[in-house]
Design a protein around this ligand. Structure first.
Ligand code: FAQ
Length: 311
């Protein structure tokens, strides 16, 4: 029996079919999916904070409407992803508890501050750009509910990326001060964006197994390279300089070479010691505690209706 189910799982992976919630799967596959999906969901929810603080300070009604829609989309992505994790038996309350106690991670990128409105544009361009690069292949990830959630999420991320680029093009057509504001934001976000793809392949704990299970379709370094190649012409079109003196086209490799990434910074930020880690987690914890009455009310309401139906 067990052999057959294991064989069924392996055949599903070999044939590029999807593993579904009720299928047998190895415990380690389930654990790695819960880890990645929870981390991804937490990133969307924590990721609302750096841009969310700019909603009240948006420079026009149009910018405010766009930013509100984007931040709401991020909440939606978090919710789809928590639901996908629930199909694996994870509990949402437990995932939130792990997030606010530091036992589950979220993306390093959301631990940097947003200092000006240009940061909103640069997050859309670079952070959502990196997210798209990483997530388009995840639409073919082997776990069905995750892969399907990714399709919708990627469509919305494309809108987010375009709004960021459009915001930056507008600023670049503005005053000298506005152009400097964009360049300053690019200087601060470029390297952290490259770190979003994770540690180099040589140091990545999970890549080999996740590739074998077809959870990941490309390695961290492959996707990082793809992102650099995609972004360089966009930077040219925008008229900004990417802050890397070693960045240049390599005709032999058919890719851009780029400078060394400060991996000690990524380690520091992942381990909780980035510029905004404490603030981000504290804000999430406060929101969770302040929302306790809503959860209590929902439970009381459900119990009342169940009792009425029974009676
Ligand atoms: N930050 O062995 P690997 C978004 C951890 S986009 C923090 O290479 P793996 C959209 C990793 O978990 C951002 N931790 O791991 C948005 C592992 O730790 P563990 C979210 C990181 O899983 C835009 C350890 O290091 N996107 O939210 C990071 O094979 C704007 C070893 O690493 C996703 O989550 C990092 N950057 O590859 C929202 C995409 N990198 O668990 C709002 C889905 C690595 O052993 C505003 N996830 N770690 O303790 C993935 O594709 C993968 O999980 C990777 C990491 C590529 C992130």
């Amino acid at each position: 029996q067990h052999f057959e189910t294991q064989q069924h799982f392996e055949r599903t992976i070999d044939r590029d079919q999807r593993v579904e919630p009720r299928d047998w799967m190895p415990d380690a596959y389930r654990a790695t999916m819960v880890r990645q999906i929870a981390q991804h969901a937490h990133s969307e929810i924590i990721g609302m904070q750096p841009e969310g603080v700019w909603i009240t300070r948006a420079p026009s009604l149009r910018r405010k409407a766009i930013l509100l829609a984007k931040v709401q989309d991020e909440a939606g992505h978090g919710l789809y992803l928590y639901s996908a994790a629930e199909t694996l038996g994870a509990d949402r309350g437990d995932m939130t508890a792990k997030l606010i106690s530091g036992r589950q991670k979220y993306s390093s990128i959301f631990n940097y501050p947003t200092l000006t409105y240009a940061d909103v544009g640069v997050i859309g361009w670079l952070v959502d750009g990196a997210a798209i690069c990483n997530q388009v292949p995840l639409c073919r990830s082997s776990y069905g509910p995750y892969a399907r959630a990714m399709i919708r999420i990627c469509k919305e991320e494309s809108f987010h990326q375009r709004q960021g680029y459009e915001l930056l093009m507008t600023l670049m057509r503005g005053t000298r001060g506005q152009r400097e504001m964009v360049q300053d934001a690019v200087d601060r976000w470029w390297w952290p964006s490259l770190m979003m793809f994770g540690p180099p392949d040589t140091d990545s704990t999970h890549t080999a197994q996740s590739m074998a299970w077809k959870i990941k379709r490309h390695t961290n370094d492959e996707l990082r390279q793809r992102f650099v190649d995609m972004t360089v012409p966009q930077a040219d079109a925008l008229g900004v300089t990417l802050p890397d003196p070693d960045l240049r086209w390599n005709a032999d490799r058919d890719h851009h070479d780029f400078g060394a990434i400060d991996w000690s910074e990524l380690k520091r930020v992942i381990s909780g010691d980035g510029p905004c880690n404490a603030e981000r987690v504290a804000a999430r914890r406060a929101a969770h505690e302040e929302g306790a009455w809503v959860r209590d009310a929902a439970v009381a309401y459900a119990a009342k209706h169940a009792a009425r139906q029974a009676g």
